[in-house]
Design a protein around this ligand. Structure first.
Ligand SMILES: [Fe+2]
Length: 197
């Protein structure tokens, strides 16, 4: 009979998703976001819905576009992310950019990543039922093997976003957004955080 003893196991190279509720008046945010879709043209990246131009912290263009309430919640997200990064990674933010996503019925985002962004933030202004889950895809070498085939969440993770919550996710992860099957828009703020130039 084979004898086994003292097995040791560590999970290595784990990733995370961190989420927190950010108290704010979401009706104002929704109003500002929808108004922007009328006054400013979309940009085209991974979106098959509306995506605003990128705004940068400390520049006046977001206020000029009537996004005062949105700017305030972005600032709250920035403050929370600063404390999170300091506590978890002993890191501080070098710069940040953000934009708005509005997916109406039938709209979605194709698989993409955010380049060399270090930490992604996603704040959900509006996420009605059936408006599309956020899907995160594992993108290391395990993508080419079968080891995690039978492990729930081993390949990709679907997140049903909750309105009013900020999600912080490692910037290197590939992700996409499912088709919005709701008649109401799905509205989020995406934030790119960089620790270096
Ligand atoms: Fe994205």
């Amino acid at each position: 009979m084979q004898m086994y003893s003292e097995p040791l196991n560590d999970d290595i190279f784990v990733d995370f998703i961190h989420s927190v509720y950010v108290e704010t008046d979401r009706d104002s945010l929704k109003g500002e976001a929808l108004e922007l879709t009328d006054s400013r043209e979309t940009v085209y990246n991974s979106n098959r819905g509306y995506q605003s131009t990128s705004y940068h912290r400390g520049t006046p263009n977001a206020s000029e576009d009537g996004l005062e309430s949105i700017e305030r919640v972005v600032e709250s997200c920035y403050e929370y992310a600063s404390v999170f990064l300091e506590k978890k990674f002993s890191a501080s933010i070098h710069k940040m950019s953000w934009w708005l996503n509005v997916n109406r019925n039938g709209e979605f985002n194709v698989p993409h990543n955010h380049g060399r962004c270090d930490l992604m933030g996603l704040y959900y202004i509006s996420a009605p039922p059936q408006s599309g889950r956020l899907v995160l895809e594992r993108n290391d070498g395990s993508s080419y093997s079968s080891l995690y085939d039978n492990e729930p969440g081993g390949r990709h993770i679907e997140i049903d976003p909750v309105e009013g919550r900020l999600y912080l996710i490692p910037g290197h992860l590939w992700h996409w957004v499912e088709n919005n099957l709701s008649s109401d828009p799905r509205i989020s703020i995406a934030i790119n955080i960089y620790l270096h130039e």
